[in-house]
Every structure is written in C-alpha cells, then in structure tokens.
Design a protein around this ligand. Sequence first.
Ligand code: NDP
Length: 434
Amino acid sequence: MRRNPGEDVFHQAVREVAETIIPFTNENPKYRDAQILERMTEPDRVVIFRVTWEDDEGNIRANRAWRVQFNNSIGPYKGGLRFHPDVTLGTLKFLGFEQTFKNSLTGLPMGGAKGGANFNPKGKSDREVMRFCQSLMIELHRHIGEDTDVPAGDIGVGGREISYLFGQYKRLSNRFVGTLTGKGLSFGGSLIRTEATGYGCVYFCENMLNRVGDSVRGKRIAVSGSGNVALYAIEKATELGGIVVTASDSSGTIYDAAGINDEKLEYLKDLKEVRRGRIEEYVQRYPSAQLLSGRPWQVPVDIALPCATQNEIDANDAKMMLANGVRIVCEGANMPTDLEASRLFASQQILFGPAKAANAGGVAVSGLEQSQNALRLSWTREEVDSKLQTIMSEIHAKCVRYGARENGHVDYVAGANIGGFIKVADAMLAYGAV
Ligand code: NDP
C-alpha cells in the first residue's frame, strides 16, 4: 500500500490474484522461493508524458498520458489504450497487471501492457480527437514497435482513434508494420477484431453452460454498457438464441422486456458508434422500452454480462442479482465485479466467468491481427471466427483444469489466475534474476 499510494484499483486487482496464487505457490515452492508473484506486481517500466494539443477555438490544452509496460516475459508488450477523464496511473497498472495474465491465457506469445490518457473524447470534434491522437503519438512512438509493444483500443479508443494513431505512427517511423491493432480493414486490420471481445465473452459463457448441459438459448440476459464490447456481446448472445433485455451508458439503462432484436441492435449501433448519442434516445425510438436510472442489475434475468467498466457490480448489486434469479455472470469488461460481490457469487457457486478469461477474445484476435500483418496476408471472417472460438474453448479448458473442485463446481477465478500465471512464471524462472 505504501509503495503504491492511492492506486486502489491496482491493489484490488493484485489482492484478487494473490488470494488464489499464494495458496498455489505454497504448494509449488519454486515459484514462491523465486518471489515470482511479487516480481509480477511491479511493472517493467512506466512512461509518463504530457500531451499538448490545440482545440477548435485555438486554445492550447494539456493532458497526461501513460504507457505501463508490465511484463514481456512471454512476448512483446500488448494491451489497449484508454481515453477517459478518470484514468490514473493506478487504473492503468490494474489493467496492465490483469492483461499479463489474460494474454498468457490466450496461448499466444504476448506480454502485458496498458496505456492511455486522462483525455475525454466526449463532446470533442473529430479534428480535436485527431490532433490529440497525433500529439500523443509524437511521444508514444519512441516506446512501441511490432516486436516491442503493440497498443490497441479500450474505453474511448475505437476505430477512429486507432486510425489517427496509426497514421501518425507510420508518418513518424516511416514504416508500415503492425505496431497497433484494431486497424481499419484497408490498412492491416483483421476481420472480427471489432466483434472479438463481445463475441468471445458469449463464447466463453456458452462453454460454461455447455459443460453443465445447458446453453445460452432461451436465457434472459442483462448487458451493461453500449460500447464496443457490449454491442457485440448483444449481437452474439441474440444469434445464439438468448434474449438481451438491457443496455446502458453512463447516463442510465434501457430495459426492453421484448428483447433487443437485430433491428433494434442496428439502431443502437448507429446511435452509439456513428452518432455518439445517449442511450435514452432508444426509448424515444422504441417507446415500449423503459428508461431506468442506475445500473441494469435491477431486472430479473438468468445471465448478466457486465460490459461497461470496473466496479460496476458491488455487494448490493450482487445481492439484488441473486434475488432476481441471476445464475451466470460472465465479465466482458475488466474487473466489473468488486471483491465483495465476487465473494458473494462464489459463496452461491454460480457460474462466474472472470474478465481475464471471458474477455480475452479481443486481445486474442489482436494477436491474430499481428500474425496476419507479419505474414502480409488477411484471413477470412470464418477463419478468424473459428480461431477465436477455438481459443475461447481452450481458455475455458485451462480454467477447468486449474479451477475444478471435488464437488464438480469450477472456480473459474482460481482457474484463470493459475492458468495465466504458470506460463509467465515459468519464463521468469528460466530467465533467472531479471
Ligand atoms: P467503449 O468506450 O466502447 O464503451 C464503454 C461503455 O461503457 C460505454 O457504454 C460507456 O458509456 C460505458 N461506461 C464507461 N465508463 C463508465 C462509467 N464510469 N460508468 C458507467 N458506464 C460507463 O469501451 P469498450 O466497450 O471497448 O470497453 C468496455 C470494457 O471492456 C472496459 O472495461 C474495457 O477495459 C473492457 N475490454 C475492452 C476490450 C476491447 O477490445 N475493446 C478488450 C477487453 C476488455 P458512456 O458512453 O456514457 O461513457
């Protein structure tokens, strides 16, 4: 705590991992004796820099940006960039720490990193966002590269921002290489990358249900968020026969008891991805839906897919969800469930897919984008989707391998933490004192 003051979410992420890894390293003292977990909690490097840019009125504005290069034991650093006014070093350290385990779980050779800025893209013009991205890249380009560190998107960083960032990277480095992922299809992007995190989360959920002889089909589902992850989780869940009844943004929740069908989802995509509007417009367009204040967890459903942000499910939410009949929680966002809520879910032995495993589909397809860039070719939609499904099934199998309990229940939190830890830990052991 004294070493990282004020980094509450980072402490939370480390505590959650330590609770399952310390018992494991006690049983496997080679990891404990080499202080592997302690070393994994310290990032390799943090770069902090000012981003100065000019707004449309000609005012000079300044933001702070970071790149946290957490661990490159098993491959080049890899992880998204987040633009949000609440971003702090602690946020990015929590995300970079988690990313190290998640990337390991995918089976692909990727280390962990995260970056971003306390910049708020909301209400900014395209030209302002472009100037900000270009200015940020003037510093960031010194620290990244296709074999060094490969950033991608996250909250507030989608296709528009990645395009501006990549255009500037290419100009500064005079190289066309896959140093960023999530690129447009005409300049090295991969099919299915946009959909990958949301689709992957639903594939993981389907794997958890299939293992107990059930499936997503016919289940009522609450999704939070209406950004990249949420929209494609809704799409895949609906395609598999689920009925998604909620979506949200930071201003509120819509509850559509009839389900967000394909036509309504197209409307939502246009509203959030193209027009960048607010969720309440959905209710104006579809008056049978209700606008609720607060989070989506107040409605009766079978499955919850939190896809917005960290700590969006606390103990009170968890109690309400259990009372409302939720039996499956699968995390599309990073650390959306706080520690107390996770413990409540664990005490009820519900199916709980933690973010490290359940939302790894995005970075997995980013890894596939890097492979396609290196090979200078593009795989078809079907090829990428099939690889994504295989990776999500393999991650699920790893969680079962390390998290299965004698009564048949699977502790997916323990399974994901241990499954992600071992590969990184073995590499660190092999390197000696580094
Ligand atoms: P987007 O920016 O596309 O969407 C974020 C959504 O969450 C928006 O609906 C936003 O609402 C809402 N939201 C953000 N912050 C808050 C908040 N403090 N309170 C309530 N709602 C909030 O981001 P993504 O969909 O890309 O990311 C969502 C989550 O998924 C994050 O936790 C991210 O780290 C994680 N993730 C993303 C991956 C990806 O590939 N994009 C990969 C793996 C994980 P509003 O528009 O009002 O801000």
